[in-house]
Ligand binder design. Sequence first.
Ligand code: NAD
Length: 376
Amino acid sequence: MDAIIMLLPGDGIGPEVVAEARKVLAAVAERYGHTFAFHEGLMGGCAIDAAGAALPEETLAGCLAADAVLLGAVGGPQWSDPKAPVRPEQGLLQLRAAMGVYANLRPVRVLDALVDASPLRPERVRGVDVMIVRELTGGLYFGRPQGRETVNGERAAVDTLRYRESEIRRVVRVGFELARGRRGKVTSVDKANVLASSRLWREVTHEVAADYPDVVCEDVLVDACAMYLINRPADFDVIVTENMFGDILSDEASMITGSLGMLPSASLGDAPVDNGQGLAVGSQRSKTRPGLYEPIHGSAPDIAGRGIANPLATILSAAMLLRSSLGLAEEAAAVEAAVERVLADGCRTADIARPGEGAIGTVEMGERVAEVVSKQ
Ligand code: NAD
């Protein structure tokens, strides 16, 4: 297939890890006979320095015209003055909104080779494979009214947790569709014993569940879910939840693996719909699904420029890109298998090496994975 992949290397270690993911994607193209055109744009602190905006118009246009977007990371101490008129993270929020990506997917898998990296006991984490689906564009972070006021002489503040049923339905559907291709179980997380928005969430989830009789659906309260993620994480398959609960639970779950440099993510919009005239609605370009892919870690300014960052989270994000935006499931699985293979062979970057174990650099790790992909 022909595809345009927009790369946003960003700041700090972003350019280092994106360069390695690009090598792996190029190896996929070569091995499987695809043509990927890589376009690059500025976003984040580097864009503020060069163009005065965190998401320059040119970058946004490039992202909307591409089949998928792969981001490194944005931010750093030089752009973190709270009084600055523009901040790197604003670019990310604008991009998510402009692309209409409302479902944030974070797979948390404990690979056999890295069981020891977890802060939890090996028998508890072995085999953990959870997909967290977080609603990304609604809820408490976007509801209005929001702000501060003075009430009877004292400071007060308000945030609003509002969901429309269509916002719930579309993200819950993403969870059920994913469960179908996995172990067939959805855990919907809410706080229905207290919150009206959660009661609506639960009601709509049960309506969606009726369309998926082959998928088991359970409701779990968010506080209980936080406990179960620690004491029985292997029981979860797909977790689907609203924005703030998902924000917190996905960070908690990511720590089960103990390695920030290993965890990918995808933010997806609506799958394209054929409108009957052979045209696809959902992406400006073609029949591909709009998606923004990025490692969950930040720009790691403490190690930027030293060639020691772990590129695997970005490489695994590229695998998600192949699967979810380009529909290339076999190629995605090949990249994931290559990552497992190099880890099984003992290759480690410094962040996942055990004390005394030798470590390889960012470039070598990327090249090893690309090499395995080429030879598969
Ligand atoms: P961070 O994720 O950048 O780093 C946390 C720690 O993990 C650091 O010690 C870092 O060296 C290490 N680390 C992170 N990724 C690594 C990798 N691939 N390989 C090896 N080690 C890795 O979080 P932070 O230090 O809190 O934030 C740094 C900057 O990144 C801030 O400006 C923050 O706003 C930004 N940030 C951006 C994003 C994003 O772009 N989506 C996400 C989180 C943080």
